[in-house]
Design a protein around this ligand. Structure first.
Ligand code: C5P
Length: 397
């Protein structure tokens, strides 16, 4: 995904710097070359030796290094990369950037560059929320700098809130999106995928046969066209794709909450096979066989995530796509479903066991939109995904 790309990674001083060691490896896994720069404060958290050993190259630390000035000055260092990534981006580094300071190697590189910059901020909640940091952030965004995170959660300092550095896969996804020149560059797309598990008791659950293969292929295809993908997946049997932000959930209710947290998005593709019902009488203890007869289960309807998002009056993605797994009268049922759900497109398929589609590697779909039903020939799920991704790109253009 990042083959041949050169990333200059500036590691600032924060506890999250340890994640940047993993970031180096994961960027390399994607084919990128990483040149690390470590700030003085960064050195307090990770050692130059571990950074250079992982990067497989020297770590740059000093502004005034005469040998290097002769060989390759800091201006060249900042411009030879395809992208500058600052992770963790501390409040101090952001303040320097926003105000054009250049008093160490990192800030000088950031001021001297004409290369795109991506920040992964990490700091204490109060520092992040401080008007000064928010002012600096607004300035940086206006200057064309991109930002991934920070996330909300428990922090190393013991407080809770926004300030945690984005996770490594989220940063990789943002790097890929920023470097892509595909038609979905700059677009955020939400994809739900896989089955959901609805607990009966701590060891038993209700599930379905969805493998998550089509949703995973879709996320991959959308990423390949440059989209920043948030991939919300139930317990699927295929691994999530690289370079997307993965949110793993179990139940339909959790999926619904994760979708809300992931919005806004330019497009939302609901490929998950969400359980229609959950067991309201789910037990905290394992149900036992008893002489008194069989257990009785009570059900409640799960939230219809697609329908809810498609009917949003505020913040509805510009394109909402649903899937319809049918076993008979595919076009007729899916056409009615599109109207009922209020989505723009329905990707319908025949999942009768004889087709081998559910859990298999191929799919035969009908795309239902305002323009009617368009039948696509049977092909691999990857090929279906690529075609849908291209249509999404055309629709958002
Ligand atoms: O109603 P049905 O389950 O056939 O609709 C399928 C479509 O609706 C899929 O796109 C699926 O992801 C979505 N859906 C949902 N939430 C539900 C049920 C289905 O988002 N509770």
């Amino acid at each position: 995904m990042l083959a041949g790309k050169h990333i200059l990674l500036i590691i600032g001083g924060g506890i999250a710097a340890y994640k940047s060691l993993d970031l180096i490896r994961r960027l390399q896994d994607q084919g990128a070359r990483v040149t690390p720069v470590l700030t003085k404060a960064g050195e307090e958290f990770v050692t130059p030796l571990s950074v250079s050993a992982l990067a497989g190259s020297e770590v740059h630390r000093d502004l005034f290094d005469l040998t290097k000035e002769a060989e390759m000055g800091h201006i060249q260092l900042s411009r030879s990369a395809d992208l500058l990534v600052v992770a963790p981006a501390t409040a101090d580094l952001m303040a320097k950037m926003a105000n054009g300071h250049a008093n160490d190697l990192a800030s000088t590189l950031l001021l001297a560059t004409d290369t795109p910059v991506l920040l992964a901020p990490a700091m204490n909640v109060r520092m992040w929320e401080h008007p000064a940091t928010q002012r600096n952030l607004a300035t940086l965004l206006q200057d064309g700098v991109s930002c991934v995170g920070p996330n909300e959660g428990a922090m190393a300092c013991g407080e809770y809130g926004p300030g945690r550095m984005a996770e490594v896969p989220e940063i990789i996804s943002a790097v890929a999106a920023r470097l892509s020149d595909g038609p979905l560059r700059g677009k955020r797309v939400l994809v739900t995928s896989g089955p959901t598990h609805e607990p009966i008791d701590p060891v038993r659950y209700i599930a379905n046969r969805s493998s998550g293969a089509q949703g995973t292929a879709l996320a991959r295809a959308l990423t390949a066209l440059g989209a920043e993908v948030v991939f919300i997946t139930g317990p699927a049997s295929v691994a999530p794709p690289a370079g997307v932000e993965v949110v793993a959930v179990e139940t339909a209710q959790e999926m619904s909450e994760a979708v809300d947290a992931a919005l806004p998005a330019d497009a939302a593709v609901f490929a998950a096979a969400v359980a229609d019902w959950r067991v309201t009488s789910a037990s905290d203890r394992k149900l036992k066989k008893s002489k008194d007869g069989l257990p009785v289960m009570e059900f409640a309807e799960n939230p219809d995530i697609l329908k809810r998002v498609a009917h949003m009056t505020k913040g509805r993605p510009a394109l909402v796509v649903g899937f319809a797994a049918e076993t008979d009268d595919v076009v007729e049922n899916a056409t009615a479903k599109r109207l009922r759900k209020g989505c723009d497109w329905i990707v319908a398929n025949d999942v009768s066991p004889s087709t081998g589609i559910m859990g298999g590697s191929e799919n035969a779909v009908v795309l239902i939109s305002d323009d009617g039903a368009e039948e696509w020939p049977r092909m691999g799920k990857d090929a279906v995904a690529r075609q849908i991704a291209e249509r999404v790109a055309a629709a958002l253009a």
